[in-house]
Structure formats: C-alpha cells, structure tokens
Write a protein that binds this ligand. Structure first.
Ligand SMILES: [Zn+2]
Length: 388
C-alpha cells in the first residue's frame, strides 16, 4: 500500500539524525523548522520570499483561526487552503485543540469534545476529534494532527493520567474519522503522486507532561493506534527547560524508528539544537516572526534588540555572518530608525532575517550531522548563543 508521506534517515550522529521527508507536494530535508502561518500567512513575509530566498518547504497553518475566519465553507468553496492561499508547497495543520484549551474561561471539556466561545464574535462553537478532522480535510494540508488534550505544564500525575487517556481515545476517534474522510474524498489537497498515496498524513500526539512513566504510557497507546508520524506535545508550556530535555532524552529513542518525530511549538535556536541532539526531526514556532515584530533579532552571537541606543549609528548588518537579503543590504542603524518610527517595514525586515536565521541554522545542523560533527557544532553554537 502506498504511503501518504515517506521518511528516510540518511545520516545519523549520536541520537541526531538527518533525513528526507517526502510529501505529495514537496521534498523536505530534516531536521526541519516549519515557519508558522497562523492565518495562512507567515506574518509579514510574502510567499515569494518563502519560496525563493528562504526556501521553506513546509509551513504550518492554524486550524482554529482558519475555522473561525474566513471559515471552512469559504475555504472549501475556493478549493482548499493551497488554492485559496496559493502556497503550493507542503502545509501542516494543527488540530485546533491547543488554541481552544488556552481559552480557559470560555470553554468546557467533556468526553465528546470541547464547547467554547469564539474569540472573534463570542459564538458558541464545538470542537471534537471528528470536527477537527473534518476541518483539516477541508483545509487540505499534507500533514494533519490528531485532536489531543494538552494539560497545563504543571499538571499533577492524576490530572495528566486522565488527560492522556482521553487523548488516546480522541486519537482513535481522530484516526477513524480521518480514514472515512480520505475515503469520501473530502481532502481538498489530494494530489496524484507517483509513489505516494496522494492522501493526507495523520500524526499522533504524545502527552504526559513531565512525568516519564506517563509519557511512556502515552507513547504506547499512540503507537498502538498507528500514525504516519509522531509528535511530542505539551512541552514548552511553562515547565522548566530541564524537564523538556529530560522528556526528550527519555522519549525520542523509544519513538518508532521509521516515522519522523515532531516537537510541537518549540522553540529558541538553542532549543532546536538541543532537541535535534536528542533525536527530534521537526519543529514549529512563532518566535522568528513574533520577535521580529517587537524588534528582537536572533543572530549567530545571540539575541539583540534593535531599540537599543547603541545601534543608533551602527552601520553593520543585524548579523555579520548572515547572507539573507536584509543583512546584505540594511544596517542596524537604519532598521532601528524604521522600528522607532513605527514603520511596518521594520517588522517585515527583522522577521525575514529571523526566519533566515532559523532556516539556516537547521541547514547547518543537517550538514553537521552528515559530516558526523554535530557534537562539535552543538558545543560551539550554544557557547556563541550564550554570549549576549
Ligand atoms: Zn540576515
């Protein structure tokens, strides 16, 4: 039977591995950083830039936001998210759960699903594994996520146990509805592909907060159902960094070896390198564009804020080692002036550089793994990042 995605490890260095992920729409080298396009746009960055200079092969879109606005019917009518947005490379959509659970005052969770009020207009809405799969089929991304419950980072054992059991039941319901929808032809992104099925891929999510035995239990329950890839959820939600590293160290080596491992919503450049070191293959995070909008730039010698007075007459680029089009042309002094003048171009340019930095860091990570020098790369990278 043809698969919906193919993933092969091509080089390994310790737990870190580099590989090739093929979807029906693009070939993606892993480890990969996926820019976040919440509203089917990576904030401030035209697709032309993402396709050419930045060369992002896959981006993320948020089910919750697109469901509320412009709405599933509109997107379906326009032929799915690829046709609607004109992004022709791979997309990954989340389940919508994470956003709904963060509406702590406006939601009610039951076995059936979650009732909540829309943050846009206050309408009563209902999200469940089935509804999430239906929306994600209408959006038509290459990779869709099972609907899970994400307990708070400091959740106790009992609450986490209950939550992961429900997540496992929801994962099964997600997969059942997902299969029906694929058979019904509801996936708007279906694409004939030579060696692939042309259908969407479904990833399962492992929960369990910082409790290692619960993480193992969640892993067992999720792999038993069987998915095309596996994500680690519920990290970077307010717990200590050391907890995240401990969970990854424990979990990654036990993950199914023939499927990519995706760490959701993480993180800083240091987090990415540390997670790759522990065996993670896929990442997404809003940091490059969110920080870009507040004047904060990631560079090869740590973070800087363009508001800082010391940049007022600094004629050097954001990062002297960066080859992005922003660093090739504009100085810190000019970017600072744009930022302080509240020119929208400041956010656009710094976001662009930040994305270039994240994507380039992942390229360096892959190259180091291929050369068997990832350990060395990691030591040097972390020491340079901690300079500032
Ligand atoms: Zn740059």
């Amino acid at each position: 039977m043809k698969k919906s995605v193919e993933w092969k490890i091509t080089a390994q260095d310790g737990e870190a591995r580099s590989g090739i992920l093929r979807t029906r729409r693009s070939v993606i080298e892993t480890p990969v950083f996926m820019p976040v396009g919440t509203q089917a746009t990576v904030k401030g960055i035209r697709y032309e830039w993402l396709e050419t200079e930045l060369d992002a092969r896959i981006i993320l879109a948020n089910t919750y936001h697109l469901w509320l606005r412009p709405g599933v019917d509109v997107i379906r009518q326009l032929g799915g998210l690829h046709k609607f947005s004109t992004w022709n490379r791979s997309l990954l959509t989340d389940s919508g759960g994470f956003q709904v659970f963060s509406l702590t005052d406006m939601r009610k969770i039951t076995e059936e699903g979650v009732e909540f009020r829309s943050h846009v207009d206050g309408t009563k809405m209902f999200l469940s594994p089935e509804v999430s799969m239906e929306i994600q089929a209408a959006l038509g991304a290459e990779i869709v996520m099972a609907f899970d419950e994400c307990p708070p980072g400091d959740a106790g054992i009992e609450q986490t146990q209950k939550s992961l059991e429900m997540t496992a039941r929801w994962a099964r319901r997600s997969k059942n509805r997902f299969n029906e929808l694929q058979n019904e032809g509801a996936d708007t992104g279906f694409l004939e592909a030579q060696s692939l099925s042309g259908q969407q891929a479904l990833f399962g999510i492992i929960q369990g907060a910082g409790h290692l035995n619960l993480r193992r239990e969640s892993l067992e329950k999720t792999t038993e159902i069987g998915f095309d890839g596996y994500a680690i959820g519920g990290l970077s939600v307010g717990e200590e960094k050391s907890v995240m590293y401990e969970v990854l160290e424990f979990l990654a080596p036990q993950m199914p070896p023939d499927a990519p491992c995706y760490l959701m919503g993480v993180g800083t450049p240091e987090d990415l390198v540390e997670a790759v070191y522990r065996g993670v293959d896929m990442f997404d995070c809003v940091l490059p564009t969110r920080n870009g909008r507040t004047g904060s730039a990631f560079t090869s010698s740590g973070k800087l804020n363009i508001r800082n007075a010391k940049f007022a007459t600094d004629s050097e680029p954001l990062d002297i080692e960066c080859f992005c089009s922003v660093c090739r042309r504009y100085s810190k002094a000019y970017l600072r002036h744009l930022y302080l003048s509240k020119e929208m171009l400041a956010s656009i340019l710094i976001s662009h550089h930040n994305l270039a930095f994240f994507l380039d860091t992942m390229k360096k990570v892959r190259d180091a793994i291929k050369l068997g020098k990832f350990g060395e790369f990691r030591r040097e990278f972390l020491s340079r990042m901690s300079n500032n």
